[in-house]
Design a protein around this ligand. Structure first.
Ligand code: 2DT
Length: 213
């Protein structure tokens, strides 16, 4: 018996640094919530499958150069492409677990230290998007990321960039629930569940509406 029938679903975002294990934890969380009877949809940003997503993918793989503002707006547009679907999905009673969202959007762009691209500027295009009920931030010490085999080849996977990204994520600490991603898979998974328990209850018992950023 799905728990979410007749109620809206919850919107859970997993944010974090590269190598923090976001994708694995999104999968584990989906499996767990599904086994508890939730209807689940999963989503990740960037969604590289749409035409805009393909442009983002090309940029991240250094195949296309773009102005910092242009790529920022594409990342935001890539979320807006999904906004209506997200609202409808939540309304139907499906819970959404999303791998990255607008915090990544703001933080990675602002970490470039472009004097014409402030955190405030970066925030504006995302204003009005569906607001998550809970944002988990999977935090990882840079040294720990290195132990895990280091970063890949994509655009932002450089040590100094990751350090700035981490600092900027912390400016949003009050919006997020921080989980230390340096622990084992199981422990990190349990901490995530603990941190969203209250939120899920509020949503399922009809005490909370979908907000807007
Ligand atoms: P993945 O490695 O998770 O596919 O992310 N990014 C992401 C941005 O710069 N802005 C955004 O709005 C989003 C959603 C973070 C690919 C990279 O894209 C960055 C890492």
């Amino acid at each position: 018996e799905p728990k979410t029938i007749g109620q809206r679903g919850a919107f859970i975002v997993i944010e974090g640094l590269d190598r923090a294990g976001k994708t694995t934890q999104v999968k584990r969380l989906c499996d767990k919530l599904y086994s508890q009877g939730h209807n689940i949809k999963t989503l990740r940003f960037p969604d590289r499958t749409s035409p805009i997503g393909k442009m983002i993918d090309s940029y991240l793989q250094s195949q296309t150069e773009m102005d910092d503002h242009v790529i920022h707006l594409l990342f935001s547009a890539n979320r807006w492409e999904k906004a209506k679907w997200m609202e409808e999905t939540l309304k139907k009673g499906c819970t959404i677990v999303c791998d990255r969202y607008y915090h990544s959007g703001m933080v990675y762009s602002a970490a470039k230290h472009n004097p014409n691209l402030s955190l405030d500027w970066a925030r504006a295009p995302d204003v009005g998007l569906p607001k998550p009920d809970a944002v988990i931030f999977l935090d990882l010490e840079p040294e720990e990321a290195e132990k895990r085999g280091g970063y890949g080849d994509e655009k932002y996977e450089k040590k100094e960039m990751q350090q700035r990204v981490r600092e900027l994520f912390y400016t949003f600490e009050s919006d997020m629930k921080v989980v230390n991603a340096g622990e084992s898979l199981e422990i990190v998974g349990d901490h995530i569940l603990e941190k969203i328990e209250e939120t899920l209850k509020d949503v399922l018992e009809g005490r909370s509406r979908v907000g807007k950023f």
